[in-house]
Ligand binder design. Structure first.
Ligand SMILES: NC(=O)c1ccc[n+]([C@@H]2O[C@H](COP(=O)([O-])OP(=O)(O)OC[C@H]3O[C@@H](n4cnc5c(N)ncnc54)[C@H](OP(=O)(O)O)[C@@H]3O)[C@@H](O)[C@H]2O)c1
Length: 322
């Protein structure tokens, strides 16, 4: 089968489209024939070596497809079931094996492409807004990179929960998209000082929470935008990692909370994975939230997908189609 592999860390050019053995499902595993694989920023961090993975490896961790075979001891899912999963490496390929208990069966009415677009970015937006800082009506939140894959979903889910949503984006085109996803106010953080804008838009009161996936260029200033006892949710570093940090700053800026969450810990049990996926896929099926699939590229063009994502050229989901 074909797969996109990393043999040495580096730029998009290190992604190699090559022939490897199709895996065989072992006990408790299923083999999935991949119909669509999601491209995510974590794939970039793993490709560059910012997040270490033993080499060589097949990149990618967001998949939808059909169960092609099951290993010993697996009763669910069954061969032929339409499924999706996340957080298991090996998605940039024609087939992958995955533990059966990590797989979610897609409901009728949710396509494979929607499934692949929802599992990592959608579940992330879900846990951030419902669990990390459970938003409630009247809360004011700031979503950085609000027209990104996670950002567009964060805006929509935050609005479902009745919050007021401020978003930051780099271009006017992205601003229009973020507004379409429900952002009440959009700040062009490439042109405007977002701290000044947040203070103006909240009449000096500040924010209950910031969902910050941008990191290096936004983190420090964000701390000055929070209301007393507000929460900084640093969940990514698209602009680069945040440097060393003195916790005393949290006290000085208003007894703030800081967390650095990651999806794996919010879908660690099968029960939690299924509960989140059921609610999220239900919203998608019912039209309460919309997935913006902006590009579909052949698997062989994974490097181009990475260039687009890293180059801030995407607004929504990028899929690779084997
Ligand atoms: N912790 C978790 O559980 C978890 C799970 C999923 C994703 N994440 C994180 O969430 C973030 C978003 O992921 P995504 O896949 O949805 O990507 P994305 O938001 O679609 O793309 C990244 C966006 O970040 C913004 N950005 C700001 N400065 C940038 C820079 N110097 N270089 C590149 N981009 C920059 C860009 O938006 P503008 O042009 O509008 O600035 C860009 O479009 C990533 O940081 C990812 O690691 C975390």
């Amino acid at each position: 089968m074909k797969a996109v592999r990393v043999h040495a860390p580096g730029g998009p050019e290190v992604l190699r489209y090559e022939e490897i053995e199709r895996p065989v499902p072992g006990p408790g595993q299923v083999l999935v024939m991949i119909e669509a694989a999601g491209v995510n920023f974590i794939d970039v961090y793993q490709r560059t070596g910012l997040y270490k993975v033993p080499l060589p490896f097949t990149l990618g961790q967001e998949v939808a497809g059909t169960v092609a075979a099951v290993g010993p001891g697996v009763s669910e899912p069954k061969v032929g079931d339409r499924v999706a999963y996340t957080s298991v490496l090996g998605a940039y390929a024609e087939y992958a094996v995955v533990p059966a208990d990590r797989v979610v069966v897609l409901p009728d009415g949710v396509s494979a492409k929607q499934g692949a677009a929802a599992m990592l970015q959608g579940l992330t937006a879900h846990y951030l807004v419902t669990s990390t800082h459970p938003l409630k009506a009247g809360d004011v939140c700031l979503v950085h990179a609000a027209a990104g894959g996670v950002g567009l979903l964060l805006c929509q889910i935050a609005k479902l929960r009745g919050a007021r949503v401020l978003g930051t984006v780099s271009t006017r085109e992205k601003a229009a998209l973020a507004r379409g996803a429900g952002a009440d106010e959009v700040i062009l953080y490439t042109e405007q000082d977002f701290e000044t804008e947040v203070k103006r838009l909240t009449n000096g009161a500040g924010l209950q929470v910031i969902y910050d996936s941008v990191g290096k260029t936004t983190f420090e200033k964000g701390l000055s935008c929070l209301a007393p006892r507000g929460m900084m949710v640093l969940f990514g570093q698209s602009s680069g990692p945040v440097g060393p940090f003195d916790p005393q700053v949290l006290s000085q800026k208003g007894s703030l909370f800081l967390t650095r969450p990651t999806l794996a810990h919010y879908i660690a049990t099968r029960a939690e994975l299924l509960a989140r996926a059921e609610e999220l896929l239900g919203w998608i099926k019912g039209g309460r939230i919309t997935l913006r699939i902006e590009r579909e590229l052949p698997l062989a063009q994974a490097a181009e997908a990475h260039r687009l994502l890293e180059g801030r050229k995407t607004m929504g989901k990028v899929l690779l189609i084997p």
